[in-house]
Write a protein that binds this ligand. Structure first.
Ligand SMILES: [Zn+2]
Ligand SMILES: [Zn+2]
Length: 175
């Protein structure tokens, strides 16, 4: 399983431990597996402090980098900055309520284990925009010919000119 790599919590000292990791090929595999349209632009770096508590574990840190996603208006690749703060407390207690495989903690062979990839992946998905854009003022594609009109008007838009005037032109034709 791509998301596994469970580490025993017993190996973390009481004062906590900070993990930093970066693995482009693993991200690429995950995007393929979950059919997420992403390409790495600036390597995603995770930095996470694991702090054991009597009733659970604190995970604190950040996920940073930059990916390329297809713009939802023009379909060209757009830069998406990932700059996400992670600050969660996972309790041992709620383990039974959640389906297995959706938590960064699990109890097995008489001890607790944690998965930093599980946690990181969850936060990565949360950090993704619903509608990625190549730029905030992307003009998208022409609805009639499908041409990208960010670089200039396509032939059909040039012909009709200002769309606000089109209604008057139509009036003339109808007369
Ligand atoms: Zn665009
Ligand atoms: Zn057009």
């Amino acid at each position: 399983m791509l998301l596994s790599q469970w580490l025993p919590l017993s190996e973390i000292p009481a004062q906590g431990h900070i993990f930093s990791f970066q693995d482009d090929s693993r991200w690429t595999q995950l995007w393929e597996k979950f059919a997420i349209d992403c390409q790495m632009n600036k390597s995603l770096t995770t930095s996470l402090e694991v702090l054991p508590q009597p009733g659970g574990v604190y995970f604190r840190g950040s996920l940073q980098g930059q990916v390329l996603m297809s713009c939802s208006r023009c379909l060209e690749p757009g830069h998406v900055d990932i700059n996400h703060t992670i600050d969660v407390y996972e309790s041992f207690e709620s383990d039974l309520d959640d389906p297995p495989g959706y938590r960064p903690l699990k109890y097995e062979h008489g001890q607790w284990w944690f998965s930093l990839w599980q946690l990181t992946w969850e936060h990565f998905v949360l950090a993704l925009p619903d509608k990625p854009l190549c730029s905030r003022d992307c003009k998208g594609i022409c609805p009639s010919c499908g041409e990208n009109i960010n670089s200039g008007l396509c032939a059909c838009l040039e012909e009709t000119g200002d769309p606000r005037l089109a209604v008057f032109r139509n009036l003339k034709i109808n007369l």
